[in-house]
Design a protein around this ligand. Structure first.
Ligand code: MN
Length: 130
């Protein structure tokens, strides 16, 4: 429920600040990146338990970055939850096709968001135990 390390990849600093505040309050260790390049650098030296991936990133977007991470043996097992601002039909399917393990739409609900994250981590730990 806490102590896990989460990498948040988000280019919008207001969203990033909100996501950080909500998750920090739950006791998670947080790493943050504003774009794919920063995320890849961080992942060279860190193995977070979970990645929150904004799909709309400048340059290499979140779908492309997810594909890169899922093709790399060092990062392919890190679960990725997609975050997208657009309630666009088909976004969820695109995220799943790229290899995302979950999906949360923005703007985040500050009450529901930490519950979704902790449920997701709980499911993962149960899957790992099986
Ligand atoms: Mn964005």
């Amino acid at each position: 429920m806490s102590g896990e390390t989460i990498l948040i990849i988000e280019d919008n600093e207001i969203n990033l600040r909100l996501e950080k505040a909500v998750l920090k309050n739950q006791g998670y260790n947080l790493l943050t990146a504003l774009d794919a390049e920063q995320a890849l650098l961080i992942l060279k030296n860190n193995k977070p338990h979970l990645i929150l991936m904004d799909l709309q990133l400048p340059g290499i977007n979140g779908l492309q970055l997810t594909k890169i991470l899922k093709e790399n043996h060092q990062t392919k097992n890190i679960p990725i939850i997609a975050l997208t601002a657009y309630a666009m039909k088909g976004d969820k399917e695109l995220a799943e096709a790229a290899g995302c393990n979950g999906y949360i739409s923005k703007p985040i609900d500050t009450r529901q968001f930490p519950k979704d994250i902790s449920n997701f981590l709980l499911q993962l730990s149960e899957t790992t135990l099986k």
